[in-house]
Design a protein around this ligand. Structure first.
Ligand code: IMP
Ligand code: MG
Length: 181
């Protein structure tokens, strides 16, 4: 049974269980399978946070696809810096490809906005976004997030790939920052 955990100086309480996450991931995979049958899109997994979601999601994708990875960073502690740094390039030609970006969470939307623009600049035919988590109250983007697992309140979460200053990525379920911490 999951319980309150402490990472660095902050406490987190259980938020979405492994079962709940499994159901969300399957539901998103179903929607994508419906849409891309017969095409061969390129999934671009945005590291580090999306590694666990991508691993579970892509096992349920039933059409031919390619998978690449891109590493960006925009967070310090529990708030977005708004500045997106590319730490590892994609290394795959995206020219004329249908790209599906896989993200753990779209918060302000700045990271996804920049990565989308970059893919288009590099000649992608289409760019869509698939995110496990979406914080509608924090979103400032002017683009559509195509596939959303679940909308969550604007509170910091960790686990299932997401970290707080490097810790918590290995947790199999999602935790939310405790009120008043
Ligand atoms: P955005 O650019 O503000 O949308 O931030 C996106 C990135 O910030 C995500 O890819 C995450 O890596 C990180 N992030 C945003 N919200 C959270 C959170 O609640 N917990 C952990 N990481 C987060
Ligand atoms: Mg991320």
């Amino acid at each position: 049974m999951a319980h309150t955990i402490k990472l660095h100086d902050l406490e987190f309480t259980p938020y979405l269980s492994e079962d709940k996450l499994r159901a969300i991931v399957s539901e998103v995979a179903g929607r994508i399978n419906h849409k891309y049958e017969g095409k061969t899109p390129l999934f671009v997994v945005v590291l580090n946070g999306a590694f666990m979601f991508a691993s579970d999601l892509l096992k349920e994708v039933s059409f031919d696809c390619e998978i690449s990875f891109l590493r960006v960073s925009s967070y310090r502690g529990t708030s977005s810096t708004g500045e997106v740094k590319e730490l590892m390039p994609i290394g795959t030609d995206v020219t004329d490809r249908d790209v599906i970006l896989v993200e753990d969470i779209v918060d302000t939307g700045k990271t996804m906005g920049e990565v989308m623009a970059k893919m288009k600049l590099e000649g992608a035919r289409s760019v869509s976004v698939c995110t496990l988590l979406f914080k509608p109250d924090a979103f400032q983007g002017s683009y559509t997030v195509d596939y959303i697992g679940v909308e969550i309140p604007d509170r910091f979460v960790v686990g299932y790939g997401l970290d707080y200053d490097g810790l918590g990525r290995n947790l199999p379920s999602l935790y939310q920052i405790k009120p008043n911490t």
